[in-house]
Design a protein around this ligand. Structure first.
Ligand code: ADP
Ligand code: 5GP
Length: 207
């Protein structure tokens, strides 16, 4: 049973919960289906322009908002982040699935713009573990870590807007569950079943 359009998956959750890690594991297993966001944040050591993010100035980002180039965009911890619309739409139209690793504000915007998107929320096992992960990652100052932790509970409170949740305790189990969710979504009977029936009718006629 073929589907013409790909599916859009949104992966969100508090900073430090392991979204990036889960997505990197998925990338190894299912290939390059991730959207690359644009941001005004400074690159971290080892991050590559065009691979991790498109790192741009605030001016360039604002021009892109003006031009309507984003599927969604949000201010996250003082920096602007946005999902380039064309890239996502083109891939979906070519029948490819797309995964977005974006914050909760962005996830809710995507749900509004594309209600068929599947929203997955990654939870930390506890707030104490979230703190350990943020501290362990070592990419933010103590002040920035406090800001991210302060925001975590506000984001978790919005989980009711999401379709699925995954607790990222054991990484392998979390990745396996995300893959199961994606597989199950892929096997859902499409709302418009007519085209699917037609495919079988056409096949039957060809015989
Ligand atoms: P996010 O993208 O959600 O901000 P990261 O993927 O950068 O989070 O993960 C934050 C830190 O937690 C990283 O140092 C990462 O190695 C670690 N981490 C991620 N998942 C797990 C896990 N299941 N168990 C232990 N540590 C984890
Ligand atoms: P980081 O600076 O740690 O890479 O990302 C900070 C937060 O911004 C994370 O929660 C990440 O998911 C989110 N983020 C990354 N790209 C986008 C995007 O394009 N749009 C939105 N709304 N959030 C994003």
């Amino acid at each position: 049973m073929s589907r013409k359009k790909g599916r859009l998956f949104v992966i969100s959750g508090p900073s430090g919960t392991g979204k990036g890690t889960v997505c990197r594991e998925l990338l190894k297993e299912i290939g390059n289906e991730f959207s690359v966001s644009m941001t005004t944040r400074e690159p971290r050591e080892g991050e590559v322009h065009g691979k991790d993010y498109f790192f741009v100035t605030r001016e360039t980002f604002l021009e892109n908002i003006e031009a309507g180039n984003f599927l969604e965009h949000a201010t996250v911890f003082d920096n602007l982040y946005g999902t380039p619309k064309d890239m996502v739409v083109n891939r979906l139209e070519r029948g490819r699935n797309v995964i977005l690793d974006i914050d909760v504000q962005g996830g809710l915007q995507v749900k509004k713009a594309m209600p068929e998107a599947v929203l997955i929320f990654i939870l930390p096992p506890s707030l104490a573990e979230l703190r350990r992960r943020l501290e362990g990652r070592g990419t933010e100052t103590a002040e920035k870590i406090e800001k991210r932790l302060g925001q975590a509970l506000n984001e978790i409170r919005l989980i009711g807007e999401y379709d699925y949740y995954v607790v990222n305790d054991d990484l392998d189990e979390a990745v396996a569950l995300v893959k199961c969710i994606m597989a199950a979504e892929g096997a859902k009977v499409p709302e418009a079943v007519r085209p699917v029936i037609r495919e079988y009718e056409n096949e039957s006629k060809q015989k």
